[in-house]
Design a protein around this ligand. Structure first.
Ligand SMILES: *Cc1c(COP(=O)(O)O)cnc(C)c1O
Length: 410
């Protein structure tokens, strides 16, 4: 059985942790068999002292590298002063957070939340309200268009429009008002828009689906259609944003602007759940006091951590490094043997190896990579996502490519 440890790899302490997890925890995850205890930059260490290159970055939440000292410093300093006021009172960290986030992303208004799913839910609520109050959609008729193979989180509303059966099965009944169109197909989007359509929610690159890059021009055409039909374009940049694809936001690859952009994950550099809905003034202004909120959303600790996380991303050149090292890593991955690897693809440091369907699945390769000191995770059956922290150096990329070559042949 896969979840049982391979005993020779483990100390007694690790075995104890695994047994307790299995006994006391809900088994909604099936982690790779490694017990981490420490992290620094691109490296993590397990309880047995083995060192690994982290090629998942907590699904791109740790873009700034593990335990970045400047984010840590900001977190500790703020934690000693004030952590939570709720939004019932003003606090002195919110305004600077708004200023920094708006300046960085050229946004006009911010709605701060915690998890990515909450940012998605918030944007959907805002879009519906905008539809009824500004666009004039008849009450209860608002439609939102989403894409096949989407991943936007795990709430009931969100899994209700997922096309992945295991995400949905036995979690219904679901919320209505969603329509699914094929990802990357602008004609299908055009055909799905009706007078009641309030928003099109889309990932610039689909992450969980296996780093699926849409055809060039797709997002530009989606932008054009949304503008023409007065539909809000909601870009879920929770994974693609904040430097992951070699630009601050992936929308820049097609020189477009959204109506609502969702960021999360790396907004805190992995220290703390911080997410936000970003928008031009005319959309977020539909929210009035007490209509929406979150006890922890926009709290002082989150604000201080996020400001430091944004600052190091820019000051330390991580976005440019993502583009540079991403190109180098992609070239390395594209040199792997075509016998097992069907395709190596990606943008910036958001990369994936898709294996041939007859290669026996990605899992055994993920385990071999782990044994050579590289941690990554398969997505679906045949795809391995590769997304190290954006602080990876050229030497570390080359070190990784050598190991990929050892596993896949090069
Ligand atoms: C991770 C992710 C989410 C959900 O974020 P959580 O913080 O896990 O709720 C939403 N959209 C995309 C594109 C993601 O990658």
């Amino acid at each position: 059985m896969d979840s049982l440890p391979e005993t020779p790899r483990h100390s007694a302490l690790t075995l104890h942790h695994l047994a307790v997890e299995q006994e006391l925890g809900a088994s909604n995850y099936k982690p790779l068999d490694v017990m981490l205890t420490r992290g620094e930059r691109v490296w993590v260490w397990d309880l047995e002292g083995r060192k690994y290159l982290d090629c998942l970055s907590a699904y791109s939440a740790v873009n700034q590298g593990h335990c970045h000292p400047k984010i840590l410093e900001a977190m500790v300093a703020q934690a000693q002063r004030l952590t939570l006021t709720s939004r019932a009172f003003h606090h002195d960290q919110l305004a600077p957070f708004y200023e920094d986030l708006c300046a960085l992303t050229r946004s006009h208004k911010v709605l701060p939340m915690n998890s990515g799913a909450e940012a998605v839910e918030s944007a959907l609520k805002v879009a519906r309200k905008w539809g009824y109050e500004i666009k004039g959609v008849p009450d209860e008729q608002a439609e939102v268009i989403v894409c096949t193979e989407n991943f936007h989180g795990r709430t009931i509303a969100i899994v209700g429009f997922s096309t992945d059966p295991t995400s949905r099965h036995h979690f219904g009944p679901f919320s209505g008002g969603f329509k699914v169109v094929p990802y990357g197909d602008a004609a299908a989007l055009a055909a799905a828009i009706t007078p009641n359509t309030v928003a099109f929610l889309v990932e610039p690159i689909q992450g969980e689906a296996g780093v699926i890059i849409p055809p060039a021009g797709y997002l530009r055409e989606a932008r054009r259609l949304c503008t023409e039909h007065r539909v809000l374009l909601i870009l879920d940049e929770i994974q693609t944003g904040l430097g992951r694809t070699g630009k601050l936001l992936a929308e820049e690859h097609e020189a477009i602007e959204s109506d609502l952009t969702l960021v999360g994950k790396a907004l805190s550099g992995g220290f703390y759940p911080v997410s936000a809905v970003l928008s031009p003034r005319e959309v977020l202004f539909v929210l009035n006091p007490v209509e929406h909120g979150s006890t922890f959303g926009g709290n002082p600790l989150a604000c201080a951590v996020a400001r430091a996380a944004m600052r190091v991303l820019v000051e330390e050149g991580m976005i440019e490094n993502s583009a540079r090292q991403g190109a180098r890593l992609l070239a390395g991955l594209q040199s792997l043997s075509a016998n097992t690897v069907r395709e190596a693809r990606g943008r910036g440091l958001m990369l994936a190896l898709e294996l041939h369907a007859d290669a026996g699945g990605a899992k055994p390769y993920v385990k071999r990579l782990r044994d050579l000191g590289i941690l990554c995770k398969e997505t679906h059956e045949h795809t391995i996502r590769i997304a190290p922290p954006l602080v990876i150096t050229e030497a570390e990329v080359d070190w990784a490519v050598e190991r990929f070559q050892a596993v896949f042949g090069g």
